[in-house]
Design a protein around this ligand. Sequence first.
Ligand code: DGL
Length: 269
Amino acid sequence: MHPGPVGIFDSGLGGLSVWREVRKLLPHEPLIYYADSARCPYGPRPAAEIRQFSGEITRWLLDRGCKLIVVACNTATAAAISWLREQFEVEFVGMEPAVKPAAAHTRTGHIGILATRGTFGGAHFQRAVERFAAGVEVHVQPGDGLVELVEQGRLDGPETEALLRRYLEPMLGAGCDQIVLGCTHYPFLLPAIRRIAGPEVQLIDPAPAVARRVRELLHARGLEAPADAGPLLEAFTSGDPASFASVLSRAELAGLRTGYAQVAGFAAN
Ligand code: DGL
């Protein structure tokens, strides 16, 4: 018997930065991606609303037989993951704010976190700072507007660079030598971020650690797909499938399209 696919969801394209890490580590796993593009961004929304959306998407993924669900969105993890775990029996993997590795590796004692306001507002983030960042100065920066730029496929260029400079320069000026990309959309801005931050600053993308956690859990529960499983790779959006597909076709994201069986419009609610 074939266990079902792994479901991965985000407010939009961002979770694809997690999808690609899961693909790398688990090339045989069937995956279903859900982008809630019609209701993106989640960052400025109240937590209760994000919980409702996450619940709707989870139900939809479960209807498609998902055996494990990755909340590939820091904002939804902050607002909803504890609630999702109470409501549903399926196993969830969420995003970690990556305060721990940043605090462990800093030599200057200053770390920067770039994330959405929703992520900073959650207890999840506060707890991570209290647990892992004792004696370290944590510089937080909400990345207002960055998710929208990624959704439009504007991954570089003057406007993107100017906004990134506005957010990164204060952290760099304060001596941060570790900067956490605390939103799954931000790894797609990596070339521009790297250019601004310079080669010395460590940029932390939590996605590879999340993919390792997925592998660990599937293994522990005996849920791994057989090595000869034919790949089932599907992506759905609650927004306009044509514009979703057209952003995906941009060179920087093109690699992610490999194997996509479907880009379809669908509303989860
Ligand atoms: N990718 C989501 C995250 O990691 C973006 C949230 C949003 O839509 O604002 O937080």
